[in-house]
Design a binder for this molecule. Structure first.
Ligand code: GLU
Length: 368
């Protein structure tokens, strides 16, 4: 099994090896494995915790009142420190880290979602390793995700990753809490379309030390990511060569099989998009082309109707006005108005920029 694009989520406990300090040997070991994967052409995205731990360390372990400002202060101090350590260990292996700080708001808004995707894709195309954390420093409760398990699942979805590897201080997911129940058994694989209720229950009580995520948020992340076509593995950061072994398809920890392809899941998103107020009317040639599975190009568009932005779900109408498809617009209504009937090669000249040849890419198109 070869994975092309892997999101690796590192929890605080993995980076500190259970101590109050970020562990350089651990980070070097991770960089070594990432370099081996990169050398095979695998795209790597890191989602990393540890900013607060680094901040706490840098401040000399102050005693702080509980609450958000204290944590945000620690993240503000620790995030650059964390990145400096990544820079240091990555450069030993010729890897290039790139910092990306996200919040829920960046991924919930379709335009910011697409923009994040473009930036991350450009980084991957240039062989860099995006190192992502939540933008903790000033984010308010409402726009925070709050832990990096769910953030990593959203990132896996954003980038169509085929593997999400959640590294933690546990061997994997157990049928019960292994610390209190001697009969707890490690779950090797979850292949059911819905994660069994018993596993949700078993995950409920497991919280681990410094980080904010426990087994429950890992299970939520697995649930989310597998629905967008990603295999998910929860495994221990202590296992030697865990990244290499998981990426090679070896059974490590708990594996969740995907329950949809990423294209299927995007199409569901399009149809679930609800109210699509904008529309494009297309010519008979384009109707035929869509029927053959092609993308919609500007040359086949007769008119753009209603107000819509790039990234909105829009209706595709045949010459008689009947809705024949729905899809995600690559260009907003105002831009599209200038592209009607034009060849895709002309887009750049007309608009001064280019989001691709297609008005709607076939992967973003559902024929009704
Ligand atoms: N963003 C937090 C940090 O870097 C960690 C969140 C988490 O533990 O999931 O410290």
């Amino acid at each position: 099994m070869a994975f092309h694009r892997i999101v690796v989520k590192l929890g605080t406990s993995t980076l500190t090896v259970g101590t109050p300090h970020l562990s350089m040997p651990r980070m070097v070991d991770i960089a070594r494995q990432l370099a081996a994967l990169r050398a095979k052409g695998t795209g790597i995205i890191l989602v990393t915790s540890g900013a607060m731990a680094a901040g706490r360390e840098r401040l000399g372990f102050p005693s702080l009142p509980k609450g958000t400002p204290g944590k945000q202060m620690l993240a503000a101090i620790g995030q650059p420190r964390l990145m400096a350590l990544y820079e240091q260990v990555f450069s030993m292996y010729g890897l290039i880290p790139a910092q990306i700080l996200l919040t829920r708001a960046d991924l919930a808004d379709r335009r910011r979602y697409l923009n994040s995707r473009n930036t991350l894709t450009a980084l991957l195309d240039h062989g860099a390793i995006p190192v992502i954390n939540e933008n903790d420093t000033v984010a308010t409760e409402e726009i925070r995700i709050g832990e990096n398990d769910n953030l990593s699942a959203l990132v896996a979805n954003l980038l169509d990753a085929d593997l999400l590897l959640l590294l933690t201080d546990q061997v994997g997911l157990y049928t019960a809490d292994p610390r209190s129940d001697p009969d707890a058994i490690l779950v090797n694989e979850v292949s059911e379309p819905e994660i069994p209720e018993a596993l949700w229950k078993a995950a409920g009580g497991t919280e681990s030390g410094l980080g904010t995520g426990g087994m429950l948020t890992k299970l939520q992340a697995a649930d989310l990511a597998r629905r967008s076509g990603t295999t998910v593995i929860i495994a221990s950061g202590e296992m030697p060569d865990v990244l290499l072994r998981a990426a090679a398809g070896e059974t490590v920890g708990t594996r969740f099989l995907p329950v949809a392809t990423s294209v299927e899941s995007r199409k569901r998103y399009i149809l679930a998009g609800g109210r699509a107020s904008g529309a494009v009317r297309i010519d008979p040639g384009a109707v035929q082309a869509l029927g053959r599975g092609s993308s919609l190009l500007p040359v086949g568009v007769k008119s753009a109707e209603g107000a819509f932005e790039r990234g909105d779900s829009i209706r595709v109408l045949d010459p008689s006005g009947r809705e024949i498809a729905r899809g995600i617009a690559n260009y907003g209504a105002n831009e599209l108005a200038r592209l009607i009937g034009k060849k895709s090669e002309e887009i750049e000249t007309i608009l001064g920029f280019n989001f691709g040849d297609e008005v709607i890419h076939r992967n973003d198109l559902v024929i009704l």
